[in-house]
Design a protein around this ligand. Structure first.
Ligand SMILES: Nc1nc2c(c(=O)[nH]1)N=C([C@H](O)[C@H](O)COP(=O)(O)OP(=O)(O)OP(=O)(O)O)CN2
Length: 200
């Protein structure tokens, strides 16, 4: 790569509180007891040039759909669809905010899942302030102060690591009701185009 042809990178941090069990992992406390984490999620965006505001992508634009999808996990329990049906039914009965994934909710799979969601939002968003080729470079999920997982594009779309189809994610009715547009996930799945606001 020549000087002047690099990609500039920005990072936006999000936080949420979430509960889970990660079945089949070696750590007993992790695999057999419901427990929670204060997650920190870093989104890394790159672009080869800057927009009219001389930014890779205005941080303000990352507080719409992207933030709402990540916030779906806040004060929620994340379930693996492969878990015991009795456990799944009980959790859904007693917690109105839940997200069901087709993968075990490890830090690795949170990072892959969030990558797939945010990448699709970017792909379907019309950017109107001179942005060019804004790409999601990676998603880092900090599960604790001491442990994180990073998903790059090749990890997120690597089907040997788990499904990559977004339609296998289920958000509870309460999670969806708290979005500014409760239909946004269905619209995303249907391929709807979203227009960035001209001011936020
Ligand atoms: N590679 C992964 N390993 C573990 C994950 C994970 O998602 N990916 N998750 C867990 C548990 O959820 C656990 O709660 C976190 O484990 P750990 O880092 O051991 O947590 P501690 O707070 O006990 O660790 P400290 O070293 O005391 O900070 C397990 N493994």
């Amino acid at each position: 790569m020549n000087i002047g042809e690099g990609l500039m990178l920005i990072r936006k941090l999000y936080k949420f509180e979430n509960a889970h069990i990660v079945r089949q992992c070696t750590s007993r406390r992790c695999s057999r007891s419901i427990h929670g984490h204060s997650y920190k999620v870093e989104l890394l965006f790159t672009a080869p040039s800057l927009d009219r505001g001389q930014m890779v992508y205005d941080f303000g634009l990352t507080k719409g759909m992207i933030k709402e999808f990540i916030d779906a996990f806040d004060h929620a329990i994340t379930l693996w669809s492969g878990d015991d049906p009795a456990y799944l039914a009980d959790m859904k009965k007693w917690s109105e905010r839940w997200v069901e994934l087709p993968v075990n909710p490890s830090a690795e799979q949170f990072a892959r899942t969030i990558f797939l969601l945010v990448d699709r939002v970017l792909q379907q968003t019309e950017m109107i302030n001179g942005e060019s080729d804004v790409m999601l470079e990676g998603v880092i999920v900090h599960e604790t102060e001491t442990g994180y997982a990073k998903a790059k594009r090749e990890d997120a779309y690597n089907s040997t690591m788990g499904p990559t189809e977004l339609d296998r994610i289920v958000f509870s009715e309460r999670v969806k009701a708290e979005w500014s547009n409760p239909e946004m996930f269905e619209e995303l799945l249907a391929g709807k185009r979203f227009l960035n606001p001209d001011i936020v």
